[in-house]
Design a protein around this ligand. Structure first.
Ligand code: HEM
Length: 407
């Protein structure tokens, strides 16, 4: 282990063989693939739950069953705090709703999001998403290469998101920087400062939308009722911030993981270019093979799990990566297989907090594959570049260059 000063002391009674050298923000040991890093941790121990001294010390669930329980059993695992380190990122993020609320308080706030993010509400956005997608691809297709993360992945979902909430595109860099402080802090400001900056940004917008009206998600939040009363201004701001944080990082990174993987799979590319009916299966297989969220929960009361006691107030991280990448859930789990009959995954979580943005995310992915393969049927990674994933609550890809033949 490195940087001993930042490591927490194990709780009394934790057996030595439960303690692992694993930092979720830098999980790499000798290689830089996020999904391999998680499977290496799982394969290094026979246990279902282990403890790491990084990030103030926390448990990590390793078995699919326990990962599912952590997300879906709020009576034992509360989402009052969902990030580690608990005292910094976790407590700051705990101000946001609905993710920080357990049932039954969670439900009315979640309904407000469902109204605007579920299937039929998202459908009318598709032409705009398609136009943004086509414009971006057309901007670099003749070059025969692109820096996919910077030129596409960081552009498209963020622009779509800004349309959903009707905010100006010029605000994107600031919002992205603030959102990143929760999922992959860079140390430039504390999570508490990021929360304050978010609130200062959102409050006047909520005020304005309340007065002006409109058809966007932020206006809907600002003017909605919960439990038969208008939402308070503070609640509306905290809900709006949650949507911003949830929607800003995840699709960017999922698209990047997807295109990096496809760039290394020419035979899959050939099938997707020839048959757009396969795109649906391709996206599902990417969700199964490339899950990227490792959220956490706070232990509600002392509880015995897999022969150890998790104490009240302890944090437990549940990597969605290890749900789908377990051979009992999916045979040969690291293999990208378009023809799988069954796909078990938890890329969008499980239980009350299952991602409400999944319909938008899937639609963006569908449009990306359709428009990309219509213009760039074959592509590859530019040789000689260093390829690295990034760890974190939401994993990601370091920038990479794709290239293809022109004409
Ligand atoms: C591929 C893209 C995405 C992935 C993989 C993803 C994944 C997840 C996961 C795993 C959770 C559960 C977290 C937990 O229980 O601790 C979640 C919740 C959430 N996501 Fe997403 N998400 C994606 C896209 C989006 C988008 C586009 C939005 C917004 C438009 C969004 C908004 C949210 C919100 C608001 C929650 C909290 C829901 C609640 O507490 O009830 N997500 N997401």
């Amino acid at each position: 282990m490195s940087e001993a000063a930042t490591l927490a002391r194990p709780p009394a009674g934790v057996p030595q063989d439960r303690i692992v050298d694993f930092d979720i923000y830098n999980p790499f040991h000798g290689q830089h693939d996020l999904h391999v890093a998680w499977t290496q941790l799982r394969d290094s121990t026979p246990h279902e739950v282990v403890w790491t001294p990084y990030n103030e010390g926390h448990w990590i669930a390793l078995s699919p069953d326990l990962i599912n329980q952590v997300y879906s059993d709020a009576t034992r695992f509360s989402s009052r705090v969902v990030l580690v380190p608990k005292s910094t990122a976790g407590e700051a993020y705990g101000d946001f709703i609905p993710l920080s609320l357990d049932p039954p308080e969670h439900r009315p706030f979640r309904k407000v999001l469902n109204d605007k993010l579920y299937g039929s509400a998202i459908h009318p956005l598709e032409p705009k998403v398609r136009k943004l997608t086509v414009d971006l691809i057309e901007s670099f297709v003749a070059n025969g290469r692109c820096d996919f993360v910077h030129e596409f992945a960081e552009e498209l979902p963020l622009r779509v998101f800004m349309q959903l909430v009707d905010l100006p595109v010029e605000h994107l860099p600031k919002l992205k920087h603030l959102a990143d402080q929760f999922t992959r802090p860079d140390g430039s400001i504390t999570p508490a400062q990021a929360t304050e900056a978010f609130k200062a940004y959102v409050h006047p917008i909520i005020e304005e939308r309340k007065a002006k009206g409109g058809n966007d998600l932020l206006t809907h939040i600002a003017t909605s009722e919960v439990n038969g009363r208008p939402m308070t201004e503070s609640e509306a701001a905290r809900l709006a911030i949650q949507v911003l944080v949830g929607g800003l990082d995840t699709v960017v990174n999922f698209m990047s993981f997807t295109m990096r993987l496809l760039a290394q799979a020419p035979e899959v590319q050939a099938r997707l270019a020839a048959n757009h009916d396969l795109h649906h299966a391709a996206i599902n297989e990417c969700l199964r093979r490339l899950p990227l969220v490792s959220s956490a929960r706070e232990v509600v009361a002392d509880v015995e799990v897999d022969g150890v006691t998790l104490a009240r107030g302890d944090m437990i991280v549940a990597p969605t990566e290890l749900y789908a990448l377990n051979p009992e859930m999916n045979a040969d789990p690291l293999k990208y297989d378009l023809d799988r009959k069954v796909r078990n995954h938890m890329a969008f979580g499980s239980g009350n907090h299952t991602c409400p943005g999944q319909f938008l995310a899937r639609m963006e992915m569908k449009v990306l594959l359709e428009e990309w393969f219509a213009r760039i049927p074959r592509f590859e990674l530019e040789p000689g570049q260093t390829l690295r994933h990034r760890g974190g609550i939401v994993g990601g890809c370091e920038p990479f260059v794709l290239r293809w033949d022109v004409g």
